[in-house]
Each structure stands twice: as structure tokens, then as C-alpha cells.
Design a protein around this ligand. Sequence first.
Ligand code: ADP
Ligand code: ADP
Length: 217
Amino acid sequence: MINFVNVSKRYPDGFEALKNVAFTIHSGELVLVAGHSGAGKSTMLKLIAAIERPTYGNIMVSDQNVNALKKNTVPFLRRSLGLIFQDQKILYDRNVFANVMLPLQIRGFQNKATAGRVRAALDKVGLLRKENAYPITLSGGEKQRLCIARAVVHRPSILIADEPTANLDVDYAQSIMEVFRSFHQVGVTVVIATHDTALLNDNRYRKLTLNQGKLVV
Ligand code: ADP
Ligand code: ADP
């Protein structure tokens, strides 16, 4: 489902953020990507989502060769992905419902079909009763749930999250992990980059650990 073969990533300034990384994540797995700050975790996630391209090596995601994707076929790859990155902005001028509906509108879904999907996504993250609330009134944990709902509203088969529990206190962080586990339980492949030690000490999860751009085996 996600396969890296000898992948290296050198940024334009010459810095090599990933060095000869190889791994396979099977369909339906939940995997944590661990490593110190600067280890290359975000870079790995960006390569999966074709936000960055590899300098060397080969990347397959959902049977698509990411290296060979033309600019105009990236949207097809993205359809199978739900992305939760920290720079994704919540829109404060509209309510929770409208925030979650936006990705469907962008993808050209007809209005009739969207309300049910938006409510299904809000229900899965436990935010249904807040559908009319404005984001300013949400707690940190609820804002993170909103981001997850927005990422899953088009029902992707792969969820990619970069430090989704950063800045959350322990209880909130655990409940966010429950949300990810619930998607994992229905067959969604989940990849989470984290340096949250409580999470990493939980040996239920498979870990891919990066150290200075290399996969630790
Ligand atoms: P992590 O998510 O583990 O903190 P990153 O993948 O964000 O690591 O970064 C890995 C290394 O690559 C860091 O040293 C970072 O400074 C560098 N890096 C990330 N993005 C860029 C970029 N666009 N240009 C140059 N260097 C980058
Ligand atoms: P439907 O309207 O098709 O009956 P639901 O939204 O109730 O669908 O989902 C049917 C099942 O598929 C649920 O168990 C749901 O959690 C699961 N499912 C599988 N993949 C995803 C995904 N990427 N996002 C949300 N739900 C998913």
C-alpha cells in the first residue's frame, strides 16, 4: 500500500533529509513514525503525499508510482489520502459544519450529497453536537478533531498525520489517538509522525524510527 525503495531526499539547499530509506506499510496498518526533531519525519510524510518528490528511489502509494505522477494526476493520488498537517488552517469565519464541508465543495461534490458525509465525519470524531459552533469556541482537542473530520470527509483509504497530538495535554492526546484507532479498526491505513513519548512507549503500535534521515532497524 505504501512502499519506499531506497528513497533519498535532498532539498534544493543540498541538505539530505532522508538517506536510502526503505520500508513497506501494508493496507490497514497503523504505524508511528518516530525520531528526533529534524530526523526527517515530515519529509517522509510529504513524500507519501507527493508534496515533495524524492531525489532518488521509488515510492508506491495505493498502487500508484508517485515518482511518475504528472502534476495533473496528483489530485487522483490525493483522493485516496487524508492529510493532517499542522499548517492547515481552520477557517474562523464559518462554523464547524462549513469547515468540514469545504473539501467536498472543492472536489465538486453536489450539495445534496454533502450534508450526510459531513455529519458522518463529525460523528466519527465525536464532534457532531458542535456542528454549528464557531472554531473560536473549540478547545485544542476539538480543533484537532475538526482537522481530522476535514481530512476524512471524502473517505480516504490512507490517513497521514504530522504530530497530531503536539500541543495537546495528555488526556486530549489520548482521545485523539482513540479517533485514529477507530479509523484503523475499519480498515483505514494510518501513518502518524510523532515524538510523543507516551505514545511511542505504547507497544501496540508498529514504529518506523528515523535518526538523521536514516531508518533505524
Ligand atoms: P522532522 O519532521 O523529523 O522534524 P523534517 O522532515 O521536517 O524533520 O526535516 C528534516 C531535515 O530537513 C531538517 O534538518 C530540516 O531543517 C530539513 N528541511 C526540511 N524541509 C526543508 C526544506 N524545504 N529545505 C531545506 N531543508 C529542509
Ligand atoms: P455509508 O454512508 O456508506 O453507510 P459510513 O460513513 O457510515 O457509510 O461508513 C461505512 C463504514 O466505512 C464505517 O464503518 C466507516 O467508519 C468506514 N470507513 C472506511 N473507510 C473510511 C474512511 N476513510 N473515512 C470514514 N469512514 C470510513
